[in-house]
Design a protein. Sequence first.
Length: 103
Amino acid sequence: METSKVVTIPNHWTSPKYSLGQRTKQGMIVGVQYCLFENLVVPERDGLWRYAVLVSTEDEQVEYISESGVQLPPAQELRLEIEGEINFYQRKIENLTQQLEMM
């Protein structure tokens, strides 16, 4: 069973727009990092969020993308992708079930 984790963000930071596990056009978000500006001229200026995005599951390639660079897929495209993944795993479960029955 998966336990929930709580991450506390300081009040003076902005909240991230995107969350872990969220699907983007570039891939799935697998990490979130807050980057502070080290600017003595404007010390009250906020930092920015950047996201580690898994762009390739085959070689586990991760790219870091700034919040402004994240692109979300259209709802229909996302729906088709998720439905395809569900069908893939349902077939895999059926295959494994058949293998168990043959034992």
